[in-house]
Design a protein around this ligand. Structure first.
Ligand SMILES: Nc1ncnc2c1ncn2[C@@H]1O[C@H](COP(=O)(O)OP(=O)(O)OP(=O)(O)O)[C@@H](O)[C@H]1O
Length: 253
C-alpha cells in the first residue's frame, strides 16, 4: 500500500491581495509523478513554491489551506525541515559557478551533516550524479567548473545537487524548457528511474503535453489559479472532461 506523499487541501494563495491560487485540492501517492500544466500565468510556479514554502520569501503573500508532505504539515513546521524534505530544480540551470562539479553536489550534504566522512560523501556524490544520468559524462572531470558543461548537463547537475540532499519530494519547474531533446529525454528517464527505484515522489511543471503523457502518473491542469482538472494521466489523456484541458493536450491552448 502506497502512502500519500503530497496532500494539498483548499490551498489559496494571494499576492498583494490578488488571488493567484484558488482552493486547490490535490493528493498523490508516494513514488508517483505529477505533471502540472496550464497556460502561462495560471499559477503553476506559484503552486510549486507553495509546496516548499519558497513563497515565504515573497512580500505581500498570504497562504491559507493545508499542504502536507507525508506526516509533515508544511505550514505549521519549521521551514528548514520542509526544505529538507523537498528538492527543487528551476527552469534555468543555476549551478554554483564558483564551485567544481563535485562540490556543487557535495556542498549540501556536507553543510547538512548527512555524511560522516569523505568516502561516504564520494559515494553520495556518485549516487546523485548517477541518478541524474550524468556520472559517465563527468566522472573524469569532477574538479572542472560547471560552465564547462553544456546547458543540459548543467541542468542534470542541478538535479544531482537536489538529489544529494535525499529529498522525499522533488519539485521541478519546467526542467527541460531550456535543454535540447537528448538532454530532455535523459532528464525524463532520470525522473522515471527515481520514482521506480528510489523513495522519491516528483512534481514537475511542463508546457509539453507529450512529456506529461510520457512520464507522469497524474496530471493537474490549472487555469487562472483554479484546478480545472486533476487525475490519472492515462484517464485524462483519453477522456479529458474540460474543454480547455482537451485543447491544451492537443497543443491548441
Ligand atoms: N512575486 C509575485 N508578485 C506578484 N505577482 C506574482 C508573483 N509571482 C507570481 N505572480 C502572479 O501570479 C500569477 C501566476 O504566476 P505563476 O508564475 O505561478 O504562473 P505560471 O503558470 O507558472 O506561468 P508561466 O507558465 O508563464 O511560468 C501571475 O499572474 C503572476 O503575475
Amino acid at each position: 500500500m502506497r502512502r500519500v506523499a503530497l496532500s494539498i487541501s483548499d490551498l489559496t494563495v494571494k499576492i498583494g491581495g490578488k488571488e493567484i491560487l484558488k482552493r486547490i485540492n490535490i493528493e498523490i501517492p508516494e513514488r508517483r509523478i505529477l505533471a502540472v500544466m496550464g497556460p502561462s500565468g495560471s499559477g503553476k510556479s506559484t503552486l510549486l513554491r507553495a509546496i516548499n514554502r519558497l513563497l515565504d520569501l515573497v512580500p505581500g503573500c498570504e497562504v491559507s489551506g493545508r499542504v502536507r508532505i507525508y506526516d509533515t504539515e508544511v505550514y505549521s513546521s519549521d521551514p528548514y525541515k520542509v526544505r529538507r524534505l523537498t528538492g527543487m530544480v528551476f527552469q534555468v540551470p543555476n549551478p554554483f559557478p564558483n564551485m567544481s562539479i563535485y562540490d556543487n553536489v557535495a556542498v549540501g550534504p556536507k553543510m547538512n551533516g548527512l555524511v560522516k566522512d569523505k568516502r561516504e560523501l564520494d559515494d553520495l556524490v556518485r549516487w546523485a550524479l548517477e541518478r541524474a544520468m550524468l556520472w559517465d559524462e563527468v566522472k573524469d572531470r569532477l574538479k572542472d567548473p560547471p560552465n564547462k558543461l553544456s546547458g543540459g548537463q548543467q541542468q542534470r547537475l542541478c538535479l544531482a545537487r537536489a538529489l544529494a540532499l535525499r529529498p522525499k519530494l522533488l519539485l521541478l519547474d519546467e526542467p527541460t524548457a531550456n535543454v535540447d531533446p537528448i538532454n530532455a529525454s535523459k532528464i525524463e528517464e532520470a525522473l522515471r528511474g527515481l520514482v521506480e527505484s528510489h523513495d522519491i515522489t516528483v512534481v514537475f511543471v511542463t508546457h509539453t503535453p507529450y512529456q506529461a503523457v510520457r512520464i507522469s502518473d497524474y496530471v493537474a491542469f490549472l487555469y487562472m489559479g483554479e484546478l480545472i482538472e486533476f487525475g490519472l494521466t492515462q484517464e485524462i489523456a483519453l477522456n479529458p472532461k474540460h474543454e480547455l484541458t482537451m485543447r491544451f493536450l492537443k497543443g491548441e491552448a
